[in-house]
Design a protein around this ligand. Structure first.
Ligand code: ZN
Ligand code: ZN
Length: 136
């Protein structure tokens, strides 16, 4: 994705595409790690000395409001950000801390007892030991 395309994309979502916003979104788009504000700051600040953690936080909040970023709160003490807004699950390895995505057939989930409720938010979080840690 080029910067020009990202700029068009953000505009289409009602977001004024400042350079900082483009860079933050671009970084998210190109990582699978579900970064925290701290991770994004560490990655971008060397090239963007005027960038602050507050700006990153506010930008992510705006992205969330506009529906282009989801927050992953698998642990209470940290918020991680995910550009992939398709419904998918997250697995966190309690040994190495790695967070992986997993996908499933949403239609195959049988909701018992709450099928008449209107669901506005859903998360699927699993924790355990990842394959890499298990084979070490
Ligand atoms: Zn692991
Ligand atoms: Zn994810």
């Amino acid at each position: 994705v080029t910067t020009e395309n990202l700029s068009t994309y953000l505009k289409a979502k009602g977001i004024r595409p400042s350079l900082q916003r483009i860079n933050i979104y671009n970084y998210l788009r190109h990582t699978k790690m579900h970064p925290t504000v701290e991770d994004i700051y560490k990655a971008l600040s060397p090239d963007m000395p005027t960038l602050s953690k507050t700006t990153i936080y506010n930008t992510l909040h705006l992205f969330q409001e506009k529906g282009i970023v989801n927050v992953v709160k698998i642990d209470d003490h940290e918020a991680r950000y995910d550009w992939d807004t398709r419904f998918h699950g997250h697995f966190k390895c309690t040994e190495c801390g790695h967070l992986s995505d997993f996908y499933f057939d949403e239609d195959s989930i049988q909701l018992q007892a709450i099928q008449m409720h209107q669901i506005v938010e859903s998360h699927m979080y699993f924790k355990g030991t990842c394959n890499t840690c298990l084979t070490q």
